[in-house]
Design a protein. Structure first.
Ligand code: NAP
Length: 339
């Protein structure tokens, strides 16, 4: 754990994804005392949480890099000036204590800061629900949208719903534990990695799991626990009932801005409105990355990096009006002399 509650920092960065980590680097380089707060248990944002094993091809200087490797290197770069890092934490409220001091109310305490940079990506992620009878009623009683302990499915009959990476990854893991795995997908093409699709088809050929294409769940049945699921074929409308112990739904995630929506920020189409200095309508609160919206905005890591640099350098000038906005070239900076 990092920060002592009440410890006043020059900048608090909300979000430890690529934009937040690059901002932490820039803030440290510019001599700001910094803290990072993230709701996830690990730094890296979507890179580590959503697609660690995927290659990224459009980050300057890396012809090809695995998302988890980029996250690791961003953390090395971003943490080199020693920001406090507070994980598994969410800022619930931002209160202005003085003109240039903000108080962040979190579950674990209160954190004071001169500026805030919101780099919250697409916000918190809400799993997409299956809108069928029985889903809500049996959620947690055999219906799950995440697997906490694969061993819990040993010897069980499992329905896996979805055709993305989560569905295929789990179907492939559970086929070696469960008595029966049936993958139910609403069309006949998968959006998961091609390599995973090939492994799935191979497992089907070996009789290790079943795949139902153009198949959807019409209802999940059970008395206090999942007992069966009614499936229908979207081409023929034929219905079949399958006795199962668990229905695992991997239907993707919907971005949710969460408490940020209540801070009085100007929002447009679920994005934070910023000016060209990456300032929000709240003085001292900046935003960068996928969470901001402006004409011409691109949701790219490259754009997030640039926005982070603009936000931090302007925040430096806000905290110390004598400090220049332009950082100068890192090649000539004293701070790197011994590095
Ligand atoms: P996803 O890629 O959004 O896939 C969701 C799947 O659920 C899709 O196949 C979709 O069908 C299906 N679906 C959505 N709503 C449905 C509904 N109402 N009824 C039936 N089916 C429905 O979600 P994800 O698999 O959780 O992956 C999320 C992100 O994390 C992706 O970018 C993924 O690549 C990444 N991820 C990566 C890894 C890895 O790199 N190993 C592992 C997990 C996740 P359609 O295809 O027809 O739309």
């Amino acid at each position: 754990m990092g920060s002592e509650a009440g410890d006043l920092k020059d900048m608090t960065i909300l979000g430890g994804g690529p934009t937040g980590l690059f901002a932490a680097f820039y803030a440290g380089m510019r001599g700001m005392s910094t803290r990072i707060v993230d709701s996830l248990p690990e730094l890296g944002g979507q890179l580590t949480a959503l697609y660690p094993e995927k290659y990224i091809f459009d980050v300057g200087g890396f012809p090809k890099i695995l998302a988890k490797d980029l996250a690791r290197d961003l953390a090395v770069q971003g943490l080199q000036f020693g920001p406090d890092v507070i994980l598994d934490e969410e800022v619930r409220e931002v209160v202005r204590e003085e003109e240039n001091v903000l108080r962040l109310e979190c579950r674990s305490g209160t954190y004071r800061t001169r500026t805030v940079l919101i780099a919250g990506g697409k916000g918190a992620f809400e799993p997409t629900a299956l809108e069928v009878p029985g889903y809500k009623e049996l959620l947690g009683a055999g219906v799950h949208y995440a697997v906490k302990d694969p061993e819990a499915y040993r010897g069980k009959r499992v329905l896996v719903v979805g055709g993305g990476d989560s569905a295929l990854d789990w179907a492939l893991i559970l086929k070696d534990k469960a008595e029966r795995v049936v993958v139910v997908h609403r069309r006949d093409e998968f959006r998961a990695h091609e390599a995973s699709v090939q492994l799935l088809l191979q497992a089907e050929r070996k009789g290790q799991l079943e795949i139902r294409y153009f198949s959807e769940v019409a209802e999940i049945c059970g008395n206090g626990r999942v007992e069966s699921a009614i499936l229908f074929d979207s081409r023929t409308n034929d219905r079949t009932t399958l006795e199962v112990d668990a229905v695992l739904t991997f239907l993707g995630f919907k971005p949710d801005l969460g408490p940020i929506q209540r801070w009085g920020l100007e929002l447009k189409k679920n994005r934070i409105v910023v000016n060209t200095l990456m300032e929000t309508n709240l003085p001292g609160v900046y935003a960068a990355g996928d969470i901001v919206g402006y004409e011409g905005k691109l949701d790219l890591i490259a754009t997030g990096f640039a926005e982070a640099a603009i936000a931090v350098n302007n925040a430096v000038h806000r905290v110390d009006p004598k400090a220049r906005v332009t950082p100068g070239h890192s090649t000539n900076m004293k701070i790197f002399k011994d590095k």
